[in-house]
Design a binder for this molecule. Structure first.
Ligand SMILES: Cc1cc2nc3c(=O)[nH]c(=O)nc-3n(C[C@H](O)[C@H](O)[C@H](O)COP(=O)(O)O)c2cc1C
Length: 165
């Protein structure tokens, strides 16, 4: 059993979740930024993680999911600034399934991630009112993902891995 955890993370939130998942995995395992993964050959399972950006999956993650995951067992994880339960989250998980349509998605995990201060400053200056609204939401994201979310990510890792063993 060989498992890969790969992620895209700009300010560390998704990386924190990636490391929590990695720590829980049994068997042979590797953790790498998504840019360092040429393909998924040799892995029985891959966890792929990213932040939501501008209401979407980042372009390079979309390319990875659509071009490199066909026929592979996947666990998807994402972080976002909106609170859990926010309606758009369903559409983001739906897009993952669409983009990685050839993959066998065994589970999806999502949680809130803090908006970094430089990002808040940038968003508050944006012309797009939706982006501005995100900036205003910044303080309510402070400290995320917190320990309870990290714990949930660990449980997710185990739940997904057991489906492959
Ligand atoms: C340019 C930019 C756009 C973002 N757009 C969204 C968004 O549309 N919806 C959302 O919930 N969070 C949005 N976020 C917040 C990030 O998804 C969130 O802070 C995430 O945890 C960052 O992960 P990272 O630290 O791994 O980069 C945005 C962040 C940035 C920098």
């Amino acid at each position: 059993m060989k498992t890969l955890v790969t992620y895209f993370s700009q300010t560390g939130n998704t990386k924190k979740i990636a490391e929590a998942i990695y720590g829980e995995l049994e068997g042979e395992k590797e953790i790498k930024p998504i840019g360092e993964v040429a393909n998924l050959e040799g892995y029985d399972l891959a966890f792929v993680g990213f932040p939501i950006m501008q209401f979407d999956i980042p372009a390079k993650v979309k390319t990875f999911l659509s071009e490199k995951t066909s026929g592979k067992n996947l666990g998807i994880f994402m972080t976002h600034a909106v609170p859990e339960g926010f309606e758009a989250i369903h559409s983001w998980t739906g897009s993952c399934a669409q983009v990685a349509e050839g993959a066998n998605i065994l589970g999806t995990f999502e949680c809130q991630g803090e908006l970094a201060q430089p990002v808040i400053d940038m968003l508050l200056k944006a012309d797009d009112p939706q982006m501005k609204a995100f900036g205003e939401m910044g303080p309510s994201t402070k400290g995320q993902p917190d320990e309870s979310r990290v714990q949930k990510a660990k449980e997710f890792a185990k739940e997904v891995q057991v489906k492959v063993q």
